[in-house]
Design a protein around this ligand. Structure first.
Ligand SMILES: [Mn+2]
Length: 424
């Protein structure tokens, strides 16, 4: 896919400058009592899952403008994910969406192995109708008024678990678009009860080593009310289902200015934080590239996750969940993975002992300054060194462009129609 020699050749031209920058940063950090090698080891241990659907060009409800060489099916998507991992060494797993990615397990495993990839959480899809399905989800899925529609949605989720078991996945993420568009259209309480009953049926089919993630989202596609609209509802769900049920927080699924790092802290306290979906937003659930609009917010989320990382039982599943409408999806996913990794490393160099002291002394100014010292540190040499040591590219985007990969796959992948909307 990407020639190993090309990566080596690209790296050779940049390695001397990187080593000089790395040594200079190492000396600066040493004066602050931080060992750069500890941070590089953390950067190398970092991984965020890539969503299979993110490799295709996204869109809005107005339009979708396809790019050249878009993946035709899950095997093309896995090839693209392999490229992202080969160059960044930060995305070892792929998250599948069923039925979009349905294929024989043996073929999926073989393709994943070819690229050294594993499978992260499975994602069910009951927010659109498939050509062969008996009941429509127009008026809901797991919370539908019709018991047969609910049963069909439950069955689909159980199918996702079966598919995931064969692939070595150990989690199912459930997000539903159920809700209402008019006040009075649905009983807010009865609809939630129906949802809970359906989730209990899915939970009953969960293998012992699996986890069930409930993902909340404030609005869209239902614009008046959404069944799982906030973390309170998600927490109620996870607590009612049992110990294998956890909450998944998507950065974009909140009203503007909501303190998401505090939601993270509360869910960890409840023992119910299971994972995180990374993206960025300006106005709503924009699904923009991670770290492009508000990198400080991304840092503050990571600051909370790093501060609480030794919490007993904490086992988090991290995934990118964004839509690439105007960029090459491979480039956007690579840059996003690196931005998420950057915030993680910046949060990792916050002086926790000093911060605790300032908090005890109620020294708000110095506490905030201690956090900012982490955020302001340019850790790029650490990230680049982590990639170099793991066999990746010092500069993944430039190596990707030099490889000619997109033009090459465009010759075998036919152009895709841009007709219709295309939120993915
Ligand atoms: Mn999400």
């Amino acid at each position: 896919m990407i020639d190993k020699h090309l990566i080596e050749q690209e790296n050779a031209a940049q390695e001397a400058a990187l080593r000089a920058d790395y040594d200079a940063l190492g000396a600066r950090l040493a004066r602050r009592g931080v060992a750069i090698e500890d941070l590089t080891a953390r950067a190398m241990g970092f991984g965020v899952a890539v969503p299979s659907w993110g490799t295709g060009t996204g869109g809005t409800r107005f339009a979708r403008f396809p790019g050249a060489g878009e993946p035709r099916h899950i095997f093309d998507k896995l090839d693209d994910c392999g490229v992202i991992q080969a160059l960044t060494r930060a995305t070892p797993k792929v998250s599948l969406h069923i039925p979009w990615d349905k294929a024989p397990a043996g073929d999926l495993l073989a393709k994943a192995e070819e690229h050294g990839l594993g499978f992260d959480a499975m994602n069910s899809n009951t927010f659109q109708d498939q050509p062969d399905q008996a009941r429509s989800y127009k008026f809901g899925s797991l919370s539908h008024t019709d018991a047969a529609a609910r049963a069909q949605a439950v069955e689909h989720n159980l199918d996702c678990i079966e598919i995931g078991r064969a692939l070595g996945s150990t989690a199912l993420t459930v997000w539903i678009g159920d809700g209402s568009n008019f006040p009075g259209q649905t009983s807010l309480s009865a609809q939630f009860e129906r949802y809970l009953d359906s989730m209990k049926a899915i939970y009953a089919g969960l293998p012992a080593d699996w986890r069930l993630f409930s993902e909340h989202k404030m609005y869209e596609p239902a614009f008046y009310s959404t069944v799982v609209q906030d973390w309170g509802t998600s927490l109620m769900t996870a607590q009612e289902l049992g110990p294998q049920a956890m909450c998944l927080v998507d950065l974009g699924h909140h009203a503007p200015n909501v303190n998401i790092e505090m939601i993270v802290a509360r869910l960890v306290r409840a023992g119910k934080l299971g994972g995180f979906h990374f993206n960025d937003s300006k106005y709503g659930d924009d699904d923009l590239d991670s770290g492009t609009i508000d990198p400080f917010r991304l840092f503050l989320v990571w600051n909370e996750l790093v501060e609480l990382e030794d919490t007993p039982g904490l086992n988090l599943s991290h995934m990118i969940d964004q839509s690439h409408n105007v960029t090459d999806p491979i480039e956007s996913l690579m840059v996003s993975a690196m931005e998420i990794q950057r915030a993680y490393v910046q949060a990792s160099l916050v002086d926790r002992a000093a911060l605790a002291g300032y908090r005890d002394d109620n020294d708000a100014l110095m506490a905030a300054a201690t956090l900012r010292a982490g955020f302001r540190t340019d850790v790029e040499p650490i990230l680049a060194m982590a990639r170099l040591r793991a066999g990746g590219a010092i500069d993944p985007v430039s190596a990707f462009r030099a490889s000619g990969y997109r033009a090459r796959v465009a010759q075998v992948r036919p152009p895709v129609s841009g007709a219709g909307g295309g939120i993915v």
